[in-house]
Design a protein. Structure first.
Length: 222
């Protein structure tokens, strides 16, 4: 039976290597983030507030009943994440209210760390995401739907997606994400607004257009 020991140990090591291949759930109930230069306890790259000093206000905010800050293109966003509620740090959840003027669009973007759930409160939105076509992985497939008040749509993590107000009046959605402060990658800004810039030659070949067209598009992101 001795010959089984190395094999058994190898299997155990393999299991533990997979088990440690992701960020484990924090063992403490919460880590309220704080700005304390003398603090020595960090969780998720943030300083943890002394639990004895934590109050109910660290887990609450208000103001989601109104539109947020305009971000251009007819969009306003009112975000609730760990920057706004210190107690959200490490809890893996956030939300945002997004208001869309008629014709406004959240251009194609992705959230590398989060699944996103959209609840339409008013108006009419088209929401869609792109992924590999199950019947032909060399091609892409769009999953899109027109939603009205009360409708819900989910975006899988990391996938390129968009939202557009296709109605004649203002639209509003509440979006929940399973990250306490999700990143956002906007495709157009990544491609045409990077510093230093991607060469016109590369982009013209990628989009199969002439360099003059690329230069025109780039000028909109200067």
């Amino acid at each position: 039976m001795a010959f089984l020991l190395p094999t058994t140990l190898a299997i155990i090591a393999l299991v533990f290597s997979f088990a440690n291949a992701f960020d484990p759930r924090p063992l403490q109930d919460f880590c309220v983030s704080a700005n304390d230069p003398k603090a020595t306890v960090f969780v998720n790259r943030r300083v943890c507030k002394d639990p004895k000093l934590v109050t109910e206000d660290d887990f609450s905010t208000s103001g989601l009943n109104v539109s947020g800050d305009p971000v251009g293109g007819g969009l306003s966003i009112n975000t609730v994440n760990s920057d706004r509620i210190a107690g959200l740090n490490t809890l893996g959840i956030s939300m945002a209210r997004v208001d869309y003027e008629s014709g406004a669009m959240a251009s194609p973007h992705s959230h590398p760390q989060a699944t996103e759930l959209h609840l339409v409160l008013e108006g009419t939105l088209e929401i869609g995401f792109i992924t590999a076509d199950p019947s032909n992985p060399t091609k892409n497939r769009l999953y899109a739907k027109t939603l009205n008040a009360g409708d819900v749509f989910v975006i899988p993590p990391s996938l390129l997606h968009y939202q557009a107000n296709v109605g004649k009046v203002k639209a509003t959605s509440f979006n929940s994400l399973n990250s306490h402060n999700s990143d956002i990658v906007i495709a157009s800004y990544q491609l045409f607004g990077s510093v230093p810039t991607i060469s016109d030659d590369i982009l013209s070949k990628a989009f199969r257009v002439d360099k003059e067209t690329i230069q025109l598009i780039r000028s909109k992101f200067a």
